[in-house]
Design a protein around this ligand. Structure first.
Ligand code: IPM
Ligand code: MN
Length: 351
């Protein structure tokens, strides 16, 4: 297969982790007879510095015409501490999600046998965890009306959803549940929020189309608690944008490190693959960041093309690296810590 992949390294550790995902993907392509044409493009603070805009039109052109986008990370501390900054790197990510129509963010949470004891949570609670969040990504409070009034002394952000937005996300949730253990949890705050009541009502109406799927409805605060207490109770969870943002960071604790969790953002056309972690600016340029979340995001990309053997080859080699202790310092626990680039080299060599 010939693949055109837009490569958006972004900020902080983005370029370093992306390099490793490219090495590993190229090794897979070579082994299975594919050809990947990587098309680098600017985004985030790097793009603001170069052209004054975090998601330039030229980058959008490249992404929209690619078969998929592989993305590193976005964000820079110089903007975090400046609430008055006119352009922010994160706006690039939001604009990209919106312009590419990436409405469904797939965030799996699973454990690695060799890392169970790295999680701050007890082994017996988390062993066997295998759940997937489907986070709505182009609506809700992230994109609703916002502003200031009363001379700037009052601020508001609005959470708005249409029935169609809920339906298309929930449809993906039902379909995924059908392929897995047929359990779907709709996470909302329907005891308080009108938008959540629309979610619940919409999902309830869809139940009849998927009679085999057992649907539960839970409030987001309860899920926040039960997720780390009984993660095995969950399989597929669907939720709105902000709840999904928060819960997926929480869920990453189950796996032992933020540096491990991949994600896919699916839309109507091009899909995007990215680690769930941020740009980790403290580590930028030090060759110490864990590249596995990005490498596993590349595996999700191969899955999306129907190249499951290729994806499996990546997951197998990642598990091998963890089992053999070829890991970066976040996981090395006093033993030898490998550099980001060394982990990438090892993975590519072992494909
Ligand atoms: C994420 C990130 C982004 C989000 C930020 C960087 C805008 O936290 O992908 O989860 O909030 O969606
Ligand atoms: Mn987040």
């Amino acid at each position: 297969m010939k693949l055109n992949i837009a490569l958006l390294a972004g900020d902080g550790i983005g370029p370093e982790v992306i390099d490793q995902a490219v090495k590993v993907s190229d090794a897979v392509a070579q082994k299975f007879g594919h050809e990947i044409n990587w098309q680098p493009a600017l985004t985030g603070a790097a793009a603001i510095d170069a052209v004054g805009e975090p998601y330039p039109d030229e980058t959008h052109e490249i992404c929209a015409n690619a078969d998929a986008v592989l993305f590193g990370a976005i964000g820079h501390p110089r903007f975090d501490n400046d609430p008055s900054a006119k352009v922010r790197p994160e706006q690039g990510l939001l604009k990209m999600r919106q312009k590419l129509g990436l409405f469904a963010n797939v965030r799996p949470t699973f454990t690695f046998p060799s890392l169970i004891d790295k999680s701050p949570l007890k082994r017996e609670r988390i062993e066997g965890t295998d759940l997937v969040f489907l986070r709505e990504l182009t609506g809700g409070i992230y994109f609703g009306e916002r502003g200031r009034k009363d001379d700037g002394n009052t601020a508001f952000d609005t959470c708005t959803y249409t029935r169609e937005e809920v339906q298309r996300l929930a449809k993906k949730g039902f379909e995924l549940a059908m392929k897995r253990s047929k359990r779907l949890c709709c996470v909302d705050k329907a005891n308080v929020l009108e938008s959540s009541r629309l979610w619940r009502e919409t999902v309830q109406a869809m139940e009849k189309d998927y009679p085999e799927v057992e649907v539960s409805y839970e409030f987001v605060d309860a899920v926040a608690m039960r997720l780390v207490q009984w993660p095995n109770d969950y399989d597929v969870l669907i939720t709105e944008n902000l709840f999904g943002d928060i819960l997926t960071d929480e869920a990453s604790v189950i796996s032992g490190s933020m540096g491990l969790m991949p994600s896919a953002s699916l839309g109507t056309k091009t899909s995007l693959f990215e680690p769930i972690h941020g740009s980790y600016p403290q580590a930028a340029g030090k060759d110490i960041a864990n590249p596995l979340a990005t490498v596993l995001s590349a595996a999700m990309m191969f899955d999306q093309f129907g190249l499951t053997e290729e994806a499996e080859a990546i997951r197998t080699v990642v598990n091998k690296s963890l089992a053999e202790g070829v890991v970066t310092e976040d996981l090395s626990e006093g033993a030898k810590a490998y550099k980001t680039s060394e982990v990438g080299d090892w993975l590519a060599a072992n494909i």
